[in-house]
Design a protein around this ligand. Sequence first.
Ligand SMILES: *Cc1c(COP(=O)(O)O)cnc(C)c1O
Length: 394
Amino acid sequence: MRNGGSNHPSPLGFSTRAVWSGQEACPATGATIVPVYQTATFTLPEIGVTKGFDYSRTVNPTRCAMERQLAALEGGTFASAFASGMAAVAGATSLLSCGDHIIATRDIYGGTHRLFTTVLSRYGIDVTFVDTSNACETWAAARPNTRLLWLETPSNPLLRLCDLEALARLRPAGTLIVADNTFASPFLQQPLALGADMVVHSTTKYIGGHSDVIGGAVITNDREIAEQVAYHQNCVGAVPGPWDAYLTMRGAKTLGLRMRAHSRNAQVIAEFLAGRGDVAEVHYPGLAAHPQHELAKRQMSGFGGIVSFRPKGGPERARAIATSTSIFALAVSLGGVESLICSPARMTHGSLTPQQRAQLDITDDLLRLSVGIEEVEDLVADLASALDSVPGHG
Ligand SMILES: *Cc1c(COP(=O)(O)O)cnc(C)c1O
C-alpha cells in the first residue's frame, strides 16, 4: 500500500481509506506514520518559493494529512479542519451574507442553535426551524432568499431522521444543503453521495472516538465551496494544532471497527430497554418500532451508538438511574469508546427554556446513552442494576 493507496486499481473500502488515505510515508525520512509537525513556520528555500508550506495557520502537514483522510472517509474531495465542531459550523456558514435565510432542523445541536439565533441573527441572517423529517414541509418554509438548509440526522437526543435524498431532490434552485453528520459518522451515512453540498463534523465525537480531543471539519466535493471555507479557515484561524490533528487521525483509523461495535452494543441495549416493563419509551433507529426504521435501513448502513429512553417513574427516578450506573459515566459528549449517560434536559439542553424543551419533546425524565465498545453483557448488567435499584411504578 505505497502512496496511501492512491495508485490502487479499484475504489478502496472504508477502513482501507481510514488507515491509508492522506497518510503517505514521510518523503524525507520514510516515517510510516505521519509526524507531528510541531512548527509555526517553515524555512523557505528562497524568497517567494515554498515547499508547499509557509505558516501553520494556513497549512500544516499533519493537518493536511488529516484533512485528506477525513475527505476520503466522506467520499469527498476537499476538507478543511477546525479547532472544534462549532468552528466548523461557523466555517460552513461563512458562505452566507447579510440578508440570507437558513432553514434548519428544529432539534439541532444546541451550540448550532445558539450560533444561528444569537450570532448570525446580528449579521442579518435569518433562520427558520422546521421538522425536516417532512421534506415537503421543509421546503414550504423556503423564501426567495433561502440560501442554506441545515440538517442533522439522526437528531439529538430523540434520534429523528430526515430523508437526505428526498430533501436534495426537492430543493429549490440556489439553495445549499449542509448535513451535520456527527451522530452517524461517515461509516454509517454519506450525505454527499445523497445530494448534500457540505458535510460538517464535530470530530470530537465518533471520528476522534476517544473523548480526548476537540475538533471539527467541513467536507465537500465543490471546489468553489471548498475555497471559500478554506479562506475562512485561514482568515479566522480557528485551526487545530498538529497534536490535535494527529490524535484525530489516529482515532479515525479505527472508525469502522468502532462503529460496528457501537451499533452492535446499542442494538442490544435498545432491545433490552424496550423489553423492560419499567421503561416507558425507547428511541433507537435500529428498533422495528422506530417510526423511521425503514428510512434508517435505506439511508444508513447501521444504526449508531446513541439510545435515548424514558424510564417510568418520572424525573426523580430518571435522575436516580443516571447517578446509579457504575460503568456508564455521567457526562455530556458522545461517540467515545467509553459509555456515557446524561439527562438532556438538565445537561446538554439545559440552556434551552422549558418551553423550547417542551416543543422538542425533551422531557425531564429523558435519559441519553452514548453506548461505548465495552462488553455488552457488562453494559446491560450495569443498566439493569441501575433500573432495579430505583423501582419504577406502573
Ligand atoms: C458536539 C457537536 C457539535 C459541536 O462540536 P464541538 O466539537 O463540541 O464544538 C456540533 N454538532 C453536533 C451534532 C455535535 O454533537
